[in-house]
Design a protein around this ligand. Structure first.
Ligand code: ZN
Length: 305
């Protein structure tokens, strides 16, 4: 039964004009934990806010020291089956757009194009004084030069490229200013407490309003930054599908909800779009146990209102 319902979602995707809205849950299988996911690995972590970052020099130094290590871990992360599936859908011409709340660049690394990075990308840095944007690798080289003896090692990273680090390491970390004007540098990402630039939001609303389906991948839709697109789609009677591990704050607006790991769910979805040749008939074994840990078993938990 769940399979039939998943088939309905596959047919909706096959009809095209799909707009993908992805969140941290899509990158957990690449080793980047979700703030709010079921693993709860990062629950103890308080994300930096724009207000604290710009007003508190000590907090800013702490951020850069931790991010100096965390960014390298994110830069080393590789796309997973979920990212590749999105790129595959795009190559099939089924996507009208990809909007991501993630700042890790893994959609593009997985082959997707024209991705709207709602919250920016850790790969870039912006000067809050002169507005100049530069590459994070360039900043990384300058920070390494300013901190030749910085030997701290991080073991876990958070979605915004932050890591846990002892205060003793943070105290001796030296930050650098803008190479052009000496001004305050900030990663080119939208911090908590900061607004997404209005033209970017307008571009996303425009995409969503013309969508045949809004497909949410790995977002609990906790913050309005992403949830507003689900609300807008529902208001326009555009079907919404949500694939996520655990419930989301958009479930009430969803036509389809799939509670399953993203990589497995999307791999199954792709298989439904392009069914392989049927296997040769085999004798039916009524004693066989079907399910276990296969993607279809995970999708048996599918709930579709
Ligand atoms: Zn500057």
């Amino acid at each position: 039964m769940a399979g039939e319902r998943f088939g309905a979602l596959a047919r909706q995707v096959a009809a095209g004009d799909v707009v993908v809205l992805s969140g941290a849950g899509l990158s957990t299988e690449s080793g980047i934990p979700d703030y709010r996911g079921p693993s709860g690995a990062a629950r103890r972590h308080t994300p930096m806010t724009y207000q604290v970052f710009t007003r508190d020099p000590v907090a800013r130094r702490r951020y850069w020291a931790r991010s100096h290590l965390g960014w390298r871990m994110i830069a080393r992360a590789t796309p997973n089956g979920g990212h590749r599936a999105v790129a595959d859908l795009q190559r099939r011409g089924l996507l009208a757009g990809v909007i991501t709340q993630n700042v890790d660049g893994l959609h593009q690394a997985g082959g997707a194009r024209s991705v709207i990075e709602l919250h920016g990308n850790l790969d870039r840095v912006v000067c809050l004084d002169c507005g100049a944007r530069s590459g994070r690798a360039e900043l990384d080289a300058r920070l390494r030069a300013a901190n030749p003896d910085f030997a701290a090692r991080a073991t876990a990273v958070n979605p915004d490229g932050d890591v846990d680090l002892p205060d003793t390491e943070i105290d001796r970390f030296r930050t650098v200013g803008c190479a052009g004007c000496g001004g305050m540098l900030k990663p080119d990402v939208v911090f908590f407490g900061e607004s997404v630039p209005p033209p970017r939001v307008a571009q996303c609303f425009d995409l969503v309003e013309r969508a045949g389906l809004l497909l949410v991948l790995g977002s609990s839709l906790t913050v309005m930054s992403g949830r507003r697109f689900v609300i807008r789609a529902a208001k326009r009677d555009i079907p919404v599908a949500i694939i996520n591990q655990g419930p989301t704050r958009g479930d009430d607006h969803a036509t389809y909800t799939v509670d399953a790991p993203l990589g497995a769910a999307l791999t199954t979805l792709l298989a439904r779009l392009d069914p392989p040749a049927p296997p040769p008939p085999v004798p039916v074994d009524h004693g066989a146990v079907v399910g276990g840990s296969s993607p279809d078993a995970a999708l048996a938990a599918t709930t579709i209102p």
